[in-house]
Design a protein around this ligand. Structure first.
Ligand code: IPM
Ligand code: MG
Length: 385
């Protein structure tokens, strides 16, 4: 029964195993990350994406033009428009990221990207997932803070493996069963663990929570946890704690204990889910930035999606650009423009937390993305900042 289907599934499983082994071996020979403080020209690719993406990206462009006016006019920083990453174009060509778009992105040093829509079902892979894989952006770093509650979290989500790497390559016996694959490699886990522990060491943090479901996903999560603990041994002053993802999601909504967590280290899918929860605690998914870091490339983006519903309802102009602005702040830090990043961070705190003269609600009762950006730019120019 189903002999032919089983044969063909086994054959594709063999291919997957071979490919994943090759990927693991390549990772072992990674190069050292770049030092941007010495670069005399940094090319920032800018790409709007779909849905509310182009609307909030227009505002990010205005913000960067203001903040980096000297660097842009001297040519030290170049903002380069990246074309072709729209859903329309991707569907027309039947690819997640068109080849010419990918090579244009690879010619940039870093990328600031708006959200891209992924159709549910079908076989078109997510542009995000493809870019993370193609650019080998293994660390998805997402800070979340609620200063009045003492919450200062940073999430290190593994970004190239887990359920995502083969998410479009599962097997199916139609009408009977479907199977997807989850992958944890040793090199892939070591590098994300190292990123988290290095961050802890360099930023005076004392605790890393390793979050898995290793009691159930014994191989993949079991290895993830064990490898993270091995890496932890290289960092004697930093405590490595084991948590399961289910109780950790509960912990985050428990005000009595949540502020004790500092750094979270997680496989891909749990990291995806819990960072939306964390962003919501901070004030909404429209408020948190996200950095996708690799050794060669880096991509910065909002943590939310393209909000097609807002476009359908005609309220796209009311989208909150803050998440993308937080991503821009992370990008500035990454390219060693720390002063500019600090200035932007302060202005964002004034505009979204302490002063809030203009508030975006995501609806007609709030300000538009443009009005909010005007307010932010005015705030940046204030001398008391
Ligand atoms: C995120 C998003 C993406 C993800 C989607 C858009 C593929 O939810 O960046 O968290 O699942 O990683
Ligand atoms: Mg997500």
């Amino acid at each position: 029964m189903f002999e032919k289907e089983i044969e063909s599934a086994v054959a594709s499983f063999r291919t997957l195993l071979t490919e994943q082994l090759e990927r693991e071996e390549k990772m072992e020979n990674a190069t050292a990350a770049r030092d941007f403080s010495r670069a005399d020209r940094i090319v920032v690719g800018v790409c709007g994406g779909d849905g509310i993406g182009p609307i909030i990206m227009n505002e990010a462009r205005r913000l960067l033009a203001h903040l980096l006016r000297d660097e842009l006019s001297s040519g030290r920083i170049v903002l380069r428009e990246i074309e072709g990453l729209t859903l329309e174009n991707r569907q027309k060509l039947g690819v997640a990221v068109p080849a010419d778009t990918l090579s244009a992105i690879k010619e940039c040093d870093v990328l600031l990207k708006g959200p891209t829509t992924t159709p549910k079902g079908g076989s078109l892979e997510s542009a995000n997932v493809t870019l993370r894989r193609e650019l080998d952006l293994f660390a998805n770093v997402r800070p979340v803070t609620v200063p009045e509650e003492g919450i200062d979290w940073i999430f290190f989500r593994e970004n190239t493996e887990g359920e995502y790497v083969l998410g479009s390559r599962g097997v199916e016996i139609p009408g009977k069963l479907a199977m997807d694959f989850k992958v944890t490699t040793t090199a892939g886990t070591k590098r994300i663990a190292r990123a988290a522990f290095e961050y802890a060491k360099n930023n005076g943090k004392t605790n890393v929570a390793i979050v898995t479901k290793a009691n159930i996903m014994k191989k993949t999560d079991g290895n993830f946890s064990a490898i993270c603990h091995e890496v932890a041994e290289e960092y004697p002053g930093i405590e490595a704690e084991d948590w399961y993802i289910d109780i950790m999601t509960a912990n985050l909504v428990n005000p009595d204990i949540r502020s004790r967590f500092q750094i979270f280290l997680l496989p891909n899918l749990y990291g995806d889910i819990i960072t939306d929860e964390a962003a919501q605690i901070q004030g909404g998914v429209g408020t948190a930035g996200s950095a996708n870091l690799g050794d060669r490339y880096a991509m910065f983006e909002a943590i939310h999606g393209s909000a097609p519903r807002m476009i359908e309802e005609g309220i796209g102009d009311y989208a909150n650009p803050s998440s993308l602005f937080r991503a821009a702040e992370m990008m500035l830090r990454h390219i060693a423009m720390t002063d500019k990043a600090e200035k932007l961070a302060k202005a964002l705190t004034v505009c979204t937390e302490t002063e809030k003269k203009v508030t975006v609600t995501g609806n007609r009762d709030g300000a538009t993305a443009r009005e909010f950006t005007d307010y932010l730019i005015e705030t940046l120019d204030r001398t008391d900042l």
